[in-house]
Design a protein. Structure first.
Length: 388
């Protein structure tokens, strides 16, 4: 039995007939905030490379509460909890990081970022010293979840993560690269977010080679607040499930679901948020793959574009003196501000659809973009706030 081999010309002829137009690429092309080229048709033109992750299985992280000890094997802690054994502990509070009593059977990871992301633009060396003295597996967090929630583009998020890493090597030496946890917020652009995590693996590995190392980044991925709405908890739940799936498919080492009822949080809503991960892991079994999307021509191509453009932006930041200098000058804040305003305008115009916020029903805007954003400040802003 033989199969007919179709060419690109065959595909174009069929699509022209179905769409009843000769100008199919104009119709099929779609703008995106990243200005990434997304083609309607892909052919394999590159060699696929598996991008490994650090953990064999993605950690499913729960915010600690009584009753979850038997169900969760990884916890996000903001305060000390005794009698936890054989758990992965992600420390989310710098006071706790300094004073926590460790247990030999547990694994400890610090999510504490030592940068001040404002115009003070400093590294807290005292806090860094305290963290580096601990016997954690990873002592320093590099947080770019704030940037995503403030409206930064994917390209900006990746470049900032690299630039912060470079600042740390200059301050503490290249050995610091093996002690980092990278914290990303995952948005709703499903395939783009998969490509974001994949691209960062390429980029960090390339950065480590500049220091004669060959390292894989440790990636902690959490659901975004940016696309969540105060009055649409059920929609939030669906959005965050897709975000978790993106992170797991991309090969994040740990995932965490923020409470989908962020404005009316309860023990039940926190438990449901955690169990989103359980369903994905144990029914879809996507937390065990290193790089499930490897070989997808589409994902491979946008991964390459993100990597190339993020590296270029990283080099531009370095030419201006690095991440801290760019913070002091306000350049980082300005970049995020301009991108956030563009994204907010797409929401206002309906080009980005948020069900229940700007679509079904369409509400009148109650706040302007200028009321929501500040060119001098990196702060979390939800897209739906304009209508709430």
């Amino acid at each position: 039995m033989s199969f007919i081999k179709n060419t690109l010309e065959d595909w174009e002829k069929l699509v022209k007939k179905q769409l009843k137009t000769e100008n199919i690429y104009e119709i099929l092309s779609k703008d995106n905030l990243e200005n990434i080229t997304v083609k309607p048709y892909y052919q394999n033109n590159s060699e696929t490379k598996i991008l490994p992750k650090f953990e064999e299985s993605t950690h499913l992280v729960a915010e600690y509460q009584d009753g979850l000890e038997e169900q969760a094997f990884a916890f996000l802690l903001n305060e000390n909890v005794e009698n936890l054994e054989e758990k992965a502990i992600f420390i989310n509070n710098h006071d706790l990081a300094e004073h926590i009593l460790t247990v030999d059977s547990n694994r400890y990871f610090s999510l504490i970022d030592i940068f001040s992301d404002d115009k003070a633009a400093e590294i807290d060396e005292h806090l860094a010293g305290e963290l580096l003295s601990k016997t954690f597996e990873r002592q320093i967090g590099v947080d770019v979840s704030l940037h995503q929630n403030a409206g930064a583009s994917i390209i900006q998020q990746l470049a900032f993560a690299l630039a912060k890493s470079k600042e740390l090597t200059e301050k503490f030496g290249s050995e610091i690269l093996e002690k980092l946890v990278f914290r990303f917020a995952i948005g709703s652009n499903y395939f783009f977010e998969i490509a974001k995590i994949r691209a960062f693996k390429y980029l960090f590995n390339q950065l480590s080679k500049e220091f004669k190392k060959d390292l894989i980044p440790y990636i902690f991925a959490e659901t975004s607040f940016r696309n969540k709405a105060k009055n649409d908890a059920d929609n939030n739940l669906i959005r965050s499930t897709l975000e978790l799936a993106s992170a797991m498919i991309a090969g994040a080492d740990a995932v965490f679901s923020n409470d989908y009822k962020f404005d009316d949080s309860s023990e039940l809503s926190k438990e449901i948020s955690f169990k989103q991960q359980i369903v994905l892991a144990y029914e879809s079994i996507i937390n065990v793959f290193e790089d499930a999307s490897s070989g997808s021509y589409f994902v491979e191509d946008i991964t390459r574009q993100f990597a190339e453009r993020s590296w270029k932006l990283f080099l531009e930041i370095e030419e201006k003196g690095g991440y801290l200098e760019s913070l002091k000058s306000g350049e980082i804040q300005k970049m995020i501000f301009q991108q956030a305003l563009k994204e907010q305008s797409w929401v206002e115009e309906g080009k980005i659809k948020l069900i229940g916020a700007n679509l079904y029903p369409k509400l009148e805007a109650k706040k302007t973009a200028n009321e929501l954003y500040n060119v001098d400040e990196i702060k979390k802003v939800r897209l739906a706030e304009m209508f709430e």
